[in-house]
Design a protein around this ligand. Structure first.
Ligand code: SF4
Length: 248
């Protein structure tokens, strides 16, 4: 049978119902995939930011190898910033588009240095973001060229800051869209604020992390891009796309 991409769900319904649906998805998917999940990273926020930039449109294993090679070649971030770009590019050869990522990362490090004082000084630590309200910390990061909502949230949540900011990757986004938590035309960027607004504002970083990981795992293991496994999905009874698929 040819691969089939299911049709999009209807536009989003009222917010209280969406909040209830988001919580239901959280509880069912966290149970299905074994939450609480261990945080995979203990990087400081600057290292996490660079790691996130390397991971764009790159397999995890490849971006991890590129990150490790970069750290081995240049032990300090100011060494990366000040090195000949071709040397940084070589260190990033394991990931996609090293010729674009090397100058991009150097530009980000220069921008962070210059905002914190002299651009010839070492890049400042981003630890100060812990003291800011999350929207302010995200705005600070997103004002850096090339840093969007997924990268800013990943920097705050995955790093050792452990702040409850939620990234939305392509799997998370697809599951949320099919469940009807967001409308069919909402892109990954705008989805961040809409999906975060459905979660309890007092959730801890662990709860936000579990929510993201559970929806992401669901996209990887069941709600595939083509031919989602609706018949064995724990969300089938409340999923408009699944209901439609099963009735055809
Ligand atoms: S029923 Fe489950 S697998 Fe099918 S589209 Fe909905 S969330 Fe995805």
């Amino acid at each position: 049978m040819p691969a089939r991409r299911p049709t999009s769900p209807p536009p989003a319904a009222d917010t209280p119902a969406l909040r209830e649906l988001a919580l239901l998805a959280h509880h069912r998917l966290c149970a299905a995939y074994g939450a609480p999940f261990l945080f995979f990273s203990t990087k400081d926020p600057l290292s996490e930011l660079i790691s996130a930039l390397l991971s764009h449109r790159t397999k995890n294993a490849d971006s991890h190898r590129a990150y490790q090679q970069l750290r081995t070649t240049f032990p300090a971030w100011e060494d990366v910033r000040d090195a000949p770009t071709i040397d940084v590019q070589r260190a990033l050869s394991a990931c996609t588009w090293p010729e674009q990522k090397a100058p991009r990362i150097q530009a980000v490090l220069r921008e962070i240095s210059s905002r914190c004082g002299d651009e010839n000084l070492p890049p400042c630590s981003l630890d100060f973001l812990a003291e800011k309200p999350i929207p302010e910390a995200r705005a600070w990061l997103e004002s850096i060229t090339g840093v969007g909502p997924k990268t800013s949230a990943a920097t705050l949540l995955f790093s050792n800051l452990r702040l409850p900011a939620m990234p939305v990757d392509s799997h998370h986004h697809r599951v949320a869209q099919r469940l009807g938590l967001i409308g069919p035309k909402v892109g990954e960027g705008p989805a961040h604020a809409l999906l975060a607004a459905l979660l309890p504002p007092d959730w801890t970083a662990q709860q936000v992390y579990d929510h993201h990981e559970a929806l992401m795992y669901h996209g990887q293991k069941c709600c595939f891009f083509y031919n989602p496994a609706c018949a064995r999905c724990v969300m089938l009874d409340v999923c408009p796309v699944g209901q439609l698929a099963m009735s055809n």
